[in-house]
Design a binder for this molecule. Structure first.
Ligand SMILES: *Cc1c(COP(=O)(O)O)cnc(C)c1O
Length: 451
């Protein structure tokens, strides 16, 4: 194994690319520079977002992306893979170490694809899938009729109780009634801890496979701040660009069931997931993304990441506390993770209005449905906040109080007209925008050079 490194070659390559882009395509360059500036100058509180380290993005943009191949390290369908095999093995080993997994597949192009891989490996078209309803906080890929997961499989959904908490007895009752082949747990909009052991108990009782989707909380799981599903679920999936601060992409992990033979198949679960990824669902892997995942997993294994994850959680707790103190209603009354869900029903506002008004002031969030929401997904009655990016910027409890006060200032000044239109006094808008700009300057994105 070669140990010589040459940052110079990669840096030169990236800089040739940037200079050539600027000279050849000022239009596109201008857009990319504006986007670069926007990320630093606005307060990103979208719970599904984060900001990747430039070393991660350098991997994703390196010439390794030029390599076209199929298959797995040591078993490719093309020559010339000696180096990329080492890169993929490194990414796999780092993923396994980070999550204490027996098997990792780093090839899925996205979190959605990772879920499709697991579902299509474990189920046949028409089989029953039990997942969390989209409107209750689940993801499209957990059986929504808008997704292939709800079209090719017979999807049954579970929800939450009136407070927004998972109702495990309801899940168990639905599992007994419908005998699903797969149960999916994990969510896109659930601010509380998920009891993966309880889900496995339910799955075992009805002979179902358990898929845990930790797209939103993967960083907390890696840092030991949320219980890990890896040995409870038959398969665990995640996106790599959310709380892992990595590149676009997905990951499948297997724990203690990795070597279990699949009934009616020659394959173990691990072999079946490999086959389900390639050739069943995907073709060539994106080796730049694989390298970038390896980089992100290494960063996530370091002590600094643990401190970041702790700040993510304490920031969210503080934000929740501040909102409550200001008289707002939170779904589930608080948070255990990085996410705070505001219930706007008593304010006369909709999620769509709040999202647009806050964006006008430089605070980027997203509207979200809440339990029992009278509005559809375009309007909604909730907004979702996340602390991945504020924590990365070094914002702490005091700053979360400032953010809550600014958000409250906007929400209480809004005059809604219908479900989407509103007026906001220009003075309030200017005042909040100024304060957001001050906060963003005081806490710049690390390594994010001003454009
Ligand atoms: C974001 C998300 C996904 C999908 O990830 P993509 O990489 O965007 O396809 C899957 N599951 C959950 C729970 C998510 O929140």
């Amino acid at each position: 194994m070669s140990t010589t490194t040459s940052a110079g070659v990669l840096a030169d390559f990236a800089s040739i690319g940037a200079r050539r882009l600027a000279a050849a395509d000022p239009q596109l360059t201008g857009l990319l520079e504006r986007e670069h500036a926007r990320q630093n100058d606005t307060l990103a509180m979208v719970a599904a977002s984060s900001s990747a380290d430039p070393s991660v993005l350098a991997c994703a943009g390196a010439s390794i992306s030029n390599v076209t191949t199929e298959g797995y390290p040591g078993a490719r369908y093309h020559a010339g893979c000696e180096v990329v095999d080492e890169v993929e093995r490194l990414a796999v080993e780092r993923a396994k170490t980070l999550f204490g997994a027996a098997y990792a597949n780093v090839q899925p192009h996205s979190g959605s694809t990772a879920n499709q891989i697991v579902l299509c490996t474990l189920m046949k078209p028409g089989d029953t899938l039990l997942g969390m309803e989209l409107s209750a906080g689940g993801h499209l890929t957990h059986g929504s009729p808008a997704s292939v997961s709800g079209r090719f499989f017979h999807a049954v959904g579970y929800g939450t109780d009136a407070e927004g908490l998972l109702d495990y007895d309801q899940v168990a009752a639905l599992a007994r009634a419908h005998r699903p082949k797969v149960i999916v747990c994990g969510a896109s909009a659930y601010p509380r801890t998920v009891d993966f052991a309880r889900f496995r108990q339910i799955a075992d009782e009805v002979g179902a496979y358990l898929l845990a989707d930790i797209s939103h909380i993967a960083g907390l799981v890696a840092a030991g701040l949320h219980p890990s599903p890896v040995d409870h679920a038959h398969a665990t999936t995640t996106s790599t660009y959310k709380q892992l601060y990595g590149p676009r992409g997905g990951l499948v992990l297997l724990g203690r069931d990795a070597e279990t033979p699949l009934p009616g198949s020659r394959r173990t679960l691990a072999q079946a997931i490999s086959h389900g990824t390639f050739p069943f669902l995907q073709g060539t892997p994106d080796l730049g993304a694989v390298a970038a995942k390896a980089r992100a997993f290494d960063i996530a294994a370091q002590d600094g990441f643990h401190a970041l994850a702790q700040r993510v959680v304490s920031d969210a707790a503080e934000l929740a506390d501040a909102f409550t103190g200001l008289g707002h209603t939170l779904v589930t009354g608080g948070t255990d993770n990085h996410m705070v869900l505001l219930d706007l029903r008593s304010t006369g506002l909709t999620g769509a209005i709040a999202e647009t008004a806050l964006a006008d002031c430089g605070i980027v969030v997203n509207r979200n449905r809440i339990p029992g929401d009278p509005h559809g997904p375009r309007v909604t009655s909730g907004i979702r906040f996340g602390t991945n990016t504020p924590a990365l910027r070094g914002m702490g409890r005091a700053e979360m109080r400032r953010c809550a006060a600014l958000i409250d200032r906007v929400l209480t000044a809004l005059e809604p007209h219908g479900t989407r239109e509103f007026t906001l006094a220009p003075a309030v808008r200017a005042e909040v925008r100024d304060e957001v700009t001050r906060l963003c300057r005081q806490f710049p994105l690390p390594h994010h050079l001003p454009a």
